[in-house]
Design a protein around this ligand. Sequence first.
Ligand code: SF4
Length: 367
Amino acid sequence: MATATETAASAVRHEAGKSAPAKSALERFGPVDMPDLTFTRAIEKATAPLYERVKHHIPEIEWPVHAPYVYWINRLKKERDAVILAHNYQTPEIYHCISDITGDSLQLAREATLVDEEVIIQCGVHFMAETSKLLNPHKTVLIPDMKAGCSLSESITGADVRLLREAHPGVPVVTYVNTSAEVKAETDICCTSSNVVRVVESLDSDTVLCIPDEYLARNVARQTKKKILTWKGHCEVHERFTADELLEYRKADPAIQIIAHPECHPSVVEVADYTGSTAGMIEYAKGRQAGSKVLLVTECSMASNIEKEARGVEFIKPCNLCPHMKRITLPKILESLVYMKEEVTIEPHLMEPARLAVERMINLKPN
Ligand code: SF4
């Protein structure tokens, strides 16, 4: 469903992005030696300001293990002309000590189009690296662990979307960015948890397929008059939270403020004081008065990462870690820079339709 202008513009880009690199990224960029990871006095001194940022999360005794990686990653990323994008769910040493850009999926997707560096290292999960590649077809996109997946992304295939279209002819398909390029290529427009309502409202149809996250779709359905059809995909992290568990916290402290991610079950969202994307949650937390207690109903690394931004706010973290996000570690990031791996590629025939779905979301005008 591309417009004529989109098709003409993207045809040029598609041609340019079409040829898969014949050589591996290591062959194209050349080798560098794996650095010596001894914790020297020089490394201790150079990384001391970075340790200040994470000292409340990493015990002093553990810093000599992290510091050589932090030091060499920061040096090598300049040598490799690389930028490091880190999702809000990454560990504090990645988020605060080596990343250049941090944010939620939408922020990272937007920022990925603005960077000058030749190489993008995506500290997040595979669909995020694919989105960066879609928006930067000429750049080298690396993910430190190719197995960093996502239960939502894996819940649906391109063939499933085609079947849904057959079952609901003419109904536009909105796809969460937490999907593969193959799925994005079958859809009309992407969305994130921060703009999904706006995306749904922008469509000229009374019925919308909003896939693959069932709970996100049900939460959207409460905010629009449109009929929302969905899929049975769930985030394995957010589906674990229950309303009963949160009400126990509130019973223990009635002043507590509960902020939840919209990938949670609607009954969880019902008891929350605020629901929004990770970026929205950060803004909400920053707006609380010092001394407030905030229960953060999302992946638990985020509270550690935003404590500095929301000074004086006490975060309570019912801890659910995302095992896929946690596959990304400092040693693997260093290996990415040394060996230029794992390179993210996308089938040429998927590039144009998938990118258009993402670009339509990014270009959607604010209300
Ligand atoms: S937190 Fe949930 S949605 Fe995000 S990557 Fe992990 S499994 Fe996927």
